[in-house]
Design a protein around this ligand. Sequence first.
Ligand code: AMP
Length: 543
Amino acid sequence: MKGQMMHYPLTTTVILEYGARVFPKKKIISIQPNGTRHEYSFSDMHKTCKKLANALVNKLGIQPGDMVGTFAWNHHQHVELYYAIPGIGAVCHTINVRLFPAQIEFIINHAEDRVIFADATLVPILEKIAPLITTVEHFIILNAPENFSSTLNNIILYEDLLKNVSEDFDWVEVDEHDACAMCYTSGTTGQPKGVLYSHRSTYLHAMGIIAPNAACISDKDRILIVVPQFHVMAWGFPYACVLAGAEMVMPSLHFQPDAMIKILSEEKINKANGVPTIWMGIYDAMKKNPPKEKLLLEEYLIGGSALPISLIEGFEKDFGIPGVHAWGMTETSPLGTVSRLQSKHERLDDAAQLKIRGKQGIECPCVEIRAVKEDGSIAPRDGKTIGEFEIRGVWVVDNYFKTNNRDSFSEDGWFKTGDVGTIDEDGYMEITDRSKDLVKSGGEWISSVVLEMAIMAHPKVKEASVIAIPDAKWGERPLAVIVLRDENEMVTGDELKQFLLRDFLSYQLPDSYVYVNSIPKTSVGKFDKKEMRRMYAEGELNA
Ligand code: AMP
């Protein structure tokens, strides 16, 4: 027998309308790229979203199902795009500004973006690849300075796009299963892969994020959204905050520790999110120069790459601010697990509690995680048996955009994360290794395979392999292991850097280059990265 409850579509527009209706006076504050402060209410944001939606349809001719790209920092205009684009049935494709230029070009063409909204400071990246971009009809420039000029064709300033546009606009009706947003994630091999979020998954994920066992967000909070809006929709916070009535503070590109501390203090932030590299920078800066007044920060949600437990410990001991560890992926919207103590852990001593909090945490409602052993059986939840984590759930990817490749999925449809570790008796997941071949530096992926290909294109290099090595500041950095074509014809690290800078940004390049006679290989002839990581750890690979 079917239930007899109403069908009420779960869409991003429902979130926006709810926020504007129930919390109209709540604020969104942006520290713009040029440092100026912008503040307005949920109600103002709602009105601008309607104008923007109207302009998208009636000035730019965007239709339901079209892709609209964003290439932008964290600010109120980007939040407007998060709502206006899905509000007309189109897809908000947030492009990661930190990818290799060739990857950016690939994903814009692959997504078939019709329009790109780009921050003026990021336009030089687009100018470089513009001749290769085939589908974009207009570039809409955000935060353009007065003397802005560019070689891009068909430029419109954001303010001009909204000029003389009415806020009287009826949202386009969409099915909750329709796509609302898309992010690409770096593939280990080949090109990045698109994850197409639906309205329903985004709505439910926002509900999941605000829950007390997760980020615990309510209308009493003022949240600094540090995670870039181009990385997994800033962990869904711009949707979750509107749903919860929490005020949002957007730092645009001011991610440097001193700027962050200033914002935390001046904007009276009580919660925030971000990757370990950012929080490590904030911690170091606060240690060197403690804020005069105690920050109001009550806790920060930290994840996105491996977390040194000493960071959580130090922050708490020195400044009384607890960090809450979380794990997720682009493919999981990203909320997967959060590590909060449960009531039964209250009596444990500090060291035992810290050990639990350092784990990646327990599954959120709406997702299930299992660890699968090499023989294909499910690892028991004993905190010892190692397996690769597989996940399924309401906001987990079911298929990558425009591909039928099922390599990332188990036969029974679970998504294979490429993260490896254990689950304990209480259900806390702990990552101990990674099967995927990528480097995560400062929370962003660097594809080792793409780097290897590029290095091997140098005429003096016979073979090159890139591995991730631990780094105190960035979490990981790439190390290149090189075999020369002719040992009498040296190519230095500096020469290789110059060679690579044609296609990569400098932070994506290996810091060190190690020269060897041969690269260890697996039984099937692949570079044996596990062996190289061991050699590095044991001091056998020295730059
Ligand atoms: P992305 O799709 O770029 O967000 O990257 C997701 C991947 O980042 C995961 O599969 C992990 O390898 C890594 N990651 C995310 N959160 C954590 C965490 N808390 N600890 C360790 N690795 C993490």
